[in-house]
Design a protein around this ligand. Structure first.
Ligand code: ADP
Length: 151
């Protein structure tokens, strides 16, 4: 049976830190689905369809990665997709506190679901989407934080 992992997140934007988690996830899983959570009521900084295309452009030679946009419970998405794993990244204890709670809830909602955490590589530990949005908003150059070219 194929081991399929969903990597859910806002990815506003998808960064080198996220990319590192996916690339390392491919050593563990047969397929990784990058699932961009998007609630149409919420305003994003980077447009969601454009972000999907940007992420896809970082994986043109990797058929084991799929990128999708979703607006439902992650635990339900995993069921629909036949995925038994969620992939998440951990940078620090703040991430841990949050990730611990959501992984318990996801397991409650879908007993088949195992969340697998990868500790961030040290060079990406200080990268967060919110800081990158802020840098971009005030005209800073963010290209070294992203695994694709912004269009
Ligand atoms: P969410 O809104 O679900 O927190 P994010 O897009 O911020 O979505 O993050 C998705 C996942 O990637 C989370 O597990 C988060 O901890 C992880 N992550 C974010 N930035 C990094 C990074 N620099 N290194 C490793 N993991 C990261």
């Amino acid at each position: 049976m194929n081991k399929i992992a969903i990597f859910p997140g806002s990815f506003d934007p998808y960064t080198n830190g996220h990319h590192d988690i996916v690339c390392r996830g491919l050593d563990i899983f047969d397929e990784v689905v990058i699932a961009i959570g998007h609630n149409s009521q919420k305003i994003r900084y980077f447009q969601v369809v454009q972000m999907k295309q940007s992420i896809e452009s970082a994986f043109t030679n990797e058929p084991r990665v799929t990128v999708m946009i979703y607006d439902q419970l992650t635990a339900e998405l995993a069921k629909d997709y036949g995925a038994n794993y969620l992939l998440r990244g951990l940078r620090n204890t703040t991430d841990f506190e949050y990730e611990n709670s959501i992984s318990q809830v996801n397991r409650y909602l879908n007993q088949e679901l195992e969340t697998v955490f990868l500790i961030t590589s040290p060079q990406y530990a200080s990268i967060s989407s919110s800081i990158i949005r802020e840098v971009h908003k005030y005209g800073g150059d963010i290209k070294n934080f992203l695994p694709y070219q912004l269009s």
